[in-house]
Design a protein around this ligand. Structure first.
Ligand code: NAD
Length: 481
């Protein structure tokens, strides 16, 4: 596999002499050593994407020609599913089963956007109020797009950006997280094999500074799409202001998960578990903030605790593992600091909150599944995104109180609640201020439905028709007859 940059249809080590070791978070083994781009390399990639957009064939292809290549890339992901899933699990520590689900979703995402541009990009007419004239609405690609992704779902997040941008006719420069670049390198190789014209798909590797920052600042980039943390999102908004480029931001979340006393409690316990311990809680939509109606609190907490203590922690590459390590030593330090802070604030760690005792896990960046009780809304452990296997539990007495607590957050990515009362299902789903609301479920997403955040969880939407709209301009052509 290549370990360099992909610029204008060529693999290159660029002008850089720097490299970065990519580490398996389960055992700290070096699994690859990749090139670190310089600012100038990033500018070269932007120039290639600019030329391919301004004078290359890609934006001028018929939608059906673009759709054929986008669909072929989805097929290539399906053909290389096992290889890509292995690479993703080695790089992130997540279980192979989770990585396989990611690859299946990714293949479907490319096919979905191929289908909608093919069937749904035709010009439309509006009724002109002016005598002897026509008015036509034309959809066109936005242009050169910088795409910056995080480490938790490296290829899935990259594909949410890549597929609609390419289908729309944009040219792209991808920048994966510096600690998880491997599957994005591999899909770039697949894009090359499938036959995208030079300069349409470009890849730069390296840190937020200088590589991501150059994409955000460049006057030659028309749109920046970013998934990551809120602090970085703010910097990107500022950097993007130089040429008022379009921005699409998918940021963090601290997602409430409410259980009313009339719910199917046994099922809700299982979902509460999965909502947080999937990928060791490193999910923007993790249901990390559990809100329980007082009358069920004690029974629910003890059932949840018992199940948490049975979670099989270990090597994601091994069958039967339910939870892998955190992504890095630095990130584990951050999660451990948050746990300590929660205790200092007065919350109780009922279980977990430490590193596992098992000798064979000592090199991995593990933290045991952690359950905090006696939490109150103003605590930082309740308000701030931990991005680890940590649940906080609060109690409520009434529906109104549950809604107030759930909405008491600067984030607005997702929320879920459990109740069998149909009138309450309607009321609560309307009252929650989040981009996705699940009723009697949690963490369901699919390509047909838009994904994104209210409040400080983001700007714009990915997936669904809305995810394509981000990459399209709208032109009104008026003709005086
Ligand atoms: P991060 O913000 O640290 O980094 C994300 C990406 O931004 C990386 O590629 C990084 O190199 C780059 N970057 C860093 N500084 C930059 C700068 N100044 N300019 C340009 N690029 C820069 O986030 P992370 O730690 O990789 O990912 C975790 C975060 O991502 C969490 O907050 C999580 O909630 C969020 N996330 C959100 C969603 C969503 O759909 N809303 C999905 C996944 C992850």
């Amino acid at each position: 596999m290549n370990q360099g940059l992909f610029i204008n249809g060529q693999w290159t080590t660029g002008r850089s002499t720097g490299t970065r070791e990519i580490i398996n978070p389960f055992n700290r083994e070096v699994i690859a050593t990749v090139v670190e781009a310089t600012r100038k390399d990033t500018q070269d990639a932007i120039a290639a994407a600019r030329a391919a957009f301004d004078s290359g064939p890609w934006p001028r292809f018929a939608a059906s020609e673009r759709a054929a290549l986008v669909r072929a890339l989805g097929d290539a992901v399906e053909q290389h599913r096992e290889e890509l899933a292995h690479l993703e699990s080695l790089d992130t520590g997540k279980t192979l089963e989770e990585s396989r689900w990611d690859m299946d979703d990714i293949a479907g995402i490319f096919r979905y956007y191929a289908d909608i541009v093919e069937s749904d990009m035709a010009d439309s007419a509006v009724q002109s109020p002016i005598k002897d004239s026509t008015s036509t609405i034309v959809r066109e690609p936005v242009g050169v797009c910088g795409q910056i992704s995080p480490w938790n779902y490296p290829l899935l997040q990259a594909s949410w950006k890549m597929a609609p941008a390419l289908a729309a006719g944009c040219t792209i420069i991808m920048k994966p997280s510096e600690i998880t670049p491997l599957t994005t390198i591999r899909i770039t190789e697949l894009a090359q094999e499938v036959g995208f014209p030079p300069g349409v798909v470009n890849l730069v590797l390296g840190a937020g500074h200088p590589v991501g920052a150059e994409l955000a600042e460049s006057l030659d980039v028309d749109l920046i799409s970013f998934t990551g943390g809120i602090e970085t999102g703010r910097k990107i908004m500022q950097a993007a202001s130089g040429n008022a480029k379009k921005i699409a931001l998918e940021l963090g979340g601290k997602n409430p998960h409410i259980v009313f006393a009339d719910a199917d409690i046994e099922t809700a316990v299982d979902y509460a578990l999965n909502a947080v311990f999937f990928h060791a809680g490193q999910i923007c939509s993790a249901g990390a903030r559990l809100l329980l109606e007082s009358s069920i609190h004690d029974d629910f907490v003890s059932a949840l605790r018992a199940k948490m203590e049975r979670i099989v922690i270990g090597n994601g590459m091994v069958d039967g593992t339910q939870m892998g390590p955190l992504i890095s030593e630095q990130h584990r330090d951050k999660v451990e600091r948050a746990i300590k802070l929660g205790q200092e604030e007065g919350a109780t760690v009922l279980t977990g909150g430490k590193r596992p005792d098992a000798k064979e896990l000592e090199n991995g960046f593990f933290v045991t599944p952690t359950l905090f009780t006696n939490c109150t809304s103003e605590m930082r452990i309740v308000q701030e995104e931990v991005f680890g296997p940590v649940i906080t539990v609060e109690r409520f007495e009434t529906e109104e109180e549950a809604i107030i607590l759930a909405n008491d957050t600067t984030y607005g990515l997702s929320a879920g609640f459990w109740t069998t009362d149909t009138a309450r299902q309607q009321r609560v789903s309307r009252a929650l201020r989040f981009g996705t609301v699940w009723i009697n479920d949690f963490n369901v997403y699919f390509v047909q439905a838009p994904w994104g955040g209210y409040k400080q969880s983001g700007i714009g939407r990915e997936l669904g028709r809305a995810g394509l709209e981000e990459y399209l301009e709208t032109k009104h052509v008026f003709q005086n007859l």
